[in-house]
Design a protein around this ligand. Structure first.
Ligand code: NAP
Ligand code: HSE
Length: 471
């Protein structure tokens, strides 16, 4: 087949490209330095070993692990590891001129950041799954890699095995992403699913998640207080909205305050509670927030259960699009990391390193303060059951300009079953739950109503507030 007056079209360029790559490097393998051999590093070694023939075919040259960096040389490791490769000297690996590509799966900021910078400065490709580091220093690392014309790839950093980074960077590069609504923390999603499905308390569901290895022991706060999801949202915002954001600018709340009763009331109103990472591009600013959210029971995200993750993207041209799957674990995350290794290796072997960050524009953007966001709200108040209370609640909301859509009262609550007042004081009225759903309201107005209600003596415990989204 020939084009009009042009050269013949090559409809199957891949075999030629592979042999060109072999010629470029003289068939020399891509040598990998692996920093870390824990959960993800072990999975990476397994995948590289099990799929070596196929990966070499795809890369055009063999992919060979040359050194593996750990802290403890004696620890038991995956059988795919040749223990002769182990070292504790990360600097030596990063400085080794025969190593082409560094895979950082140690985690944390120190020494990972300095090692990645050093690898980039020595002209090596880098693959990392470190969302904490990317949330803090992603734009600077991407710029550094671009300046050195090397690749920095990080598919494993968000959503484990689900291809969300590539989707945003490549597949949706031609569109304008307006909204990202994501379940990106499997631990929170597991705990909330168990609370909803079995009526378990937060504490019981957390213990179960810890026993199954989903939540960290003894301190699960990175996950259950929302910080892990916030790190991932910052990485997503970098790609979706070209935004450089400080983690302090992302409103972040976790799932500790959710009680069994909240799941029951949410269900009664037709919702389920999910821990969501939400990003919106509003043109002059962006919204970035991580918090428990009520979403309609029949929505797709409501049915993402257990440890699974999902990211719902809404593009101006493409409309809604969902990626869904296993967001953590050795092999799912290794699939993303090794696919990055393959991409970066291919670029090195083809002599076109540095393509990953090309044309990427990441700039500081204003994050809209929470007080300015507009949402519907679920509010639950434990109040004394006596005349006038409902009126004063509704009055405080009305005075602030917040309109009520639905309201129910049910009791007695847990707050009414506490110990009797000390010193023979008169018993208080029993407490009941008043639960209401507002119409769209600005958060600042809702907060000022809650401040007024907090001064009322009929309130037995701090109110529960959750935002409602209709993704
Ligand atoms: P991990 O199981 O704790 O493994 C960390 C590895 O790094 C260990 O082999 C450890 O050595 C080594 N290491 C840590 N600090 C070191 C240091 N200063 N010097 C030398 N070696 C050091 O962690 P992981 O779960 O595999 O996570 C790794 C990265 O992937 C993190 O950034 C994490 O956020 C990210 N990630 C994890 C998952 C997941 O499902 N686990 C999913 C997505 C992304 P020793 O073994 O000797 O202690
Ligand atoms: N701790 C994370 C989660 C997995 O629970 O989703 C690593 O990203």
């Amino acid at each position: 087949m020939k084009t009009e007056g042009g050269p013949p079209l090559n409809l199957n360029p891949e075999p030629h490209a592979a042999s060109d790559r072999r010629r470029l490097r003289g068939g020399a393998p891509i040598q990998i330095g692996l920093l870390g051999c824990g959960t993800v590093g072990g999975g990476v070694l397994r995948l590289l070993a099990e799929n070596s023939g196929y990966l070499a075919e795809r890369a055009g040259v063999p992919l060979v692990v040359k050194r593996v960096v750990v802290r403890d040389l004696e620890k038991e490791r995956v059988s795919a590891l040749d223990r002769g490769l182990l070292t504790t000297s990360a600097e030596e690996v990063v400085d080794d001129p025969t190593i082409d590509l560094v895979v950082e799966v140690m985690g944390g900021e120190t020494p990972a950041r300095a090692l990645i910078e050093r690898a980039i400065d020595r002209g090596k490709g880098v693959v990392t799954a470190n969302k904490l580091l990317l949330a803090a220093h992603g734009p600077a690392l991407i710029a550094r890699a671009a300046a050195r014309q090397v690749d920095l790839a990080f598919e494993g950093a968000v959503g484990g095995g689900i291809p969300i980074i590539r989707t945003l960077r490549d597949a949706f590069a031609s569109d304008w992403v307006e909204r990202v609504t994501a379940i990106v923390n499997g631990t929170c999603n597991y705990i909330l699913t168990r609370m909803r499905d079995t009526g378990a308390s937060f504490e019981a569901a957390l213990r179960e998640a810890q026993d199954l290895g989903y939540a960290e022991k003894p301190d699960p706060s990175l996950d259950v207080d929302g910080h892990d999801a916030a790190h991932k949202l910052i990485v997503l915002a970098m790609l979706a909205f070209g935004a450089q954001v400080d983690s302090g600018a992302v409103h972040t709340s976790g799932i500790r305050t959710i009680e069994e009763a909240d799941h029951r009331y949410a269900d009664r109103f037709g919702y389920t509670i999910k821990h969501l990472a939400i990003g919106r591009d509003l043109g002059d600013s962006i919204e970035l927030r991580v918090h428990p959210t009520l979403i309609p029971k029949q929505s797709v995200l409501a049915n993402v259960s257990g440890v699974l993750n999902a990211v719902l993207l809404e593009g101006r041209a493409v409309g809604p699009s969902l990626v869904y799957g296993r967001g953590a674990g050795d092999l799912p995350t290794a699939v993303s990391v090794v696919s990055d290794v393959l991409d970066v290796a291919r670029s090195i072997a083809s002599g076109v390193a540095g393509m990953q960050g090309r044309g990427m524009s990441i700039k500081p953007r204003r994050v809209r303060p929470l007080s300015e966001i507009v949402s519907r709200y679920y509010l639950r108040f434990a109040v004394e059951d006596r005349p006038g209370v409902m009126g004063r609640l509704a009055g405080a909301l009305g005075d602030a300009g917040v309109s009520i859509e639905q309201i129910v009262q049910q009791g007695p609550t847990k707050a009414s079953q506490g110990a009797a007042p000390a010193g023979g004081a008169a018993a208080r009225e029993p407490a009941v739950d008043v639960v209401l759903i507002t119409h769209d309201a600005q958060e600042g107005l809702v907060r000022s109503a809650l401040d007024a209600i907090a001064r009322e003596e009929f309130l037995r415990e701090p109110p529960h507030l959750f935002r409602i989204e209709e993704p």
